[in-house]
Design a protein around this ligand. Structure first.
Ligand SMILES: NC(=O)c1ccc[n+]([C@@H]2O[C@H](COP(=O)([O-])OP(=O)(O)OC[C@H]3O[C@@H](n4cnc5c(N)ncnc54)[C@H](O)[C@@H]3O)[C@@H](O)[C@H]2O)c1
Length: 394
């Protein structure tokens, strides 16, 4: 029985993928897998039994990823599963930043009398807005969300400029060629009317937009943060808003200093809060973790390379090791010394770590356990697993 621990409510459509005969949920403090959403995971939540942590969502800053990597725990996320939900909220916010619809709706509600229609017509001028068409939008970070925002804003008639020095080949293909690529981030700051940020929170992106960056912007800029609170320096934003150096700020992250200002809109982290996004993320997180537990396949990991190989042999050995010279040679030698035949093998490295799958033509469990122990004792090997191929019923 595989033990799984969940934190937060994970959509049942996702959890249903863990068959009752094979998976026990929240029955052990020594789980093989953890599935979570926003729970801030501490190192203490990671007993030695944990092989993988799957986040039903994109950002993984609530997970101690470096500590996981060091322990050979694979961390997965579900990039793209909630991108459409965030994109729709960003588009709505772009429109709302120039059309005071909420103010108009609230104003109509407090009218009284049989002539509300006439009153509405007479005073509607105060809620006149502007249009997005022809205005220039800057999108910082062209990943799953940024790419969708850029494409759809273009379809709304905006001129769009994107900035992402690390854009992946996949998303690069999905971005309309009409989206102009900025070579420097400063091009976005100095030339756009609307600026939206869609980068992950990392050391390099902490306060990516602060006083210096806002100073480069036109005073008429509408700024949006649907990425992570810490990516924008809210103190600098408020100083600019109060000095009329920024037209508006919309953020998905509540912060006391942003409240009660009519040019600042604060949403209670609603980006991915749609039924569709929660279901999608849960399904993908569960499928990824289950595949890893049952076959060792790594897909959508933030700390280990993607590795996949068809599983035909009776047993598979998986090895996580430091990415130093001759590890593959040592792994093969330990297995060959035990007179075990290797059927198939794949190895991928990523930064300082590497991952290897070795399929062996051997069914003697004690012989395999012996080899696994020898591998565990090898310098620079962090984790070794032995996986038995499951019989798939036809
Ligand atoms: N508001 C919400 O509820 C909500 C929901 C989902 C995601 N998010 C946030 O949005 C972020 C983006 O999500 P995504 O699914 O598009 O992620 P993604 O990984 O698909 O895309 C992130 C992009 O940012 C780029 N990038 C990284 N550093 C950069 C930098 N310094 N300058 C420019 N580009 C840079 C990467 O190359 C990548 O293309 C997530 O990391 C998460 O923090 C928020």
């Amino acid at each position: 029985m595989h033990q799984i621990k969940t934190y937060n409510a994970i959509a049942p459509e996702g959890m249903a993928r863990l068959e009752k005969e094979k998976y026990a949920i929240n029955e052990s403090d020594q789980p093989e897998g953890i599935i979570l959403r926003s729970k801030k995971l501490q190192e203490a939540d990671l007993p030695a039994s944990v092989l993988g942590v799957a986040r039903a969502g994109t950002g993984t800053n609530n997970i101690p990823v470096d500590a996981c990597t060091e322990k050979g725990i694979v961390v997965f996320n579900t990039p793209g599963a909630n991108a459409n939900a965030v994109k729709e909220l960003v588009l709505m916010s772009l429109l709302m930043s120039v059309r005071p619809v909420v103010q108009g709706i609230n104003w109509v509600q407090q009218l009284t009398g049989s002539d509300v229609d006439e009153q509405a017509e007479a005073h509607k001028k105060q809620f006149a807005g502007q249009e997005l068409e022809g205005k220039k939008l800057g999108v910082i970070g062209l990943g799953s969300i940024g790419a969708m925002v850029a494409n759809d804003a273009y379809r709304l008639g905006m001129e769009v400029m994107g900035y992402d020095p690390y854009v992946s080949v996949d998303t690069a293909w999905s971005i309309s060629r009409r989206v102009h690529r900025a070579k420097e981030i400063s091009e976005i700051f100095t030339s756009c009317d609307f600026i939206t940020v869609h980068v992950p929170l990392q050391e390099k992106t902490f306060h990516l937009i602060g006083q210096k960056e806002i100073a480069m912007m036109k005073n008429s800029v509408h700024l949006f943060n649907f990425a992570r609170a810490e990516i924008v320096d809210n103190k600098a934003v408020m100083a600019a808003i109060q000095a009329d150096e920024l037209a508006s700020f919309t953020t998905d992250f509540a912060d006391e200093k942003l409240l009660h200002h009519d040019k600042v809109t604060v949403l209670p982290h609603l980006g991915a809060s749609t039924a569709e996004a929660e279901t999608n993320s849960a399904k993908i997180a569960v499928r990824t973790l289950k595949n890893f537990i049952e076959t060792g396949t790594i897909k959508r990991s933030v700390n280990f390379p993607a590795v996949e190989m068809a599983f035909h042999s009776p047993y598979r050995i998986t090895v996580i090791n430091r990415n130093v010279p001759n590890m593959l040679g040592q792994i093969s030698a330990v297995i060959a010394d035990s007179k075990i035949n290797i059927d198939n093998m794949i190895n991928r490295g990523r930064d300082q770590y590497a991952y290897t799958l070795v399929d062996i033509d051997e069914s003697d469990e004690s012989k395999i356990a012996e080899v696994a122990e020898k591998l565990r004792a090898t310098k620079d090997i962090i984790r070794v697993r032995v996986i038995k191929k499951e019989e798939v019923p036809y």
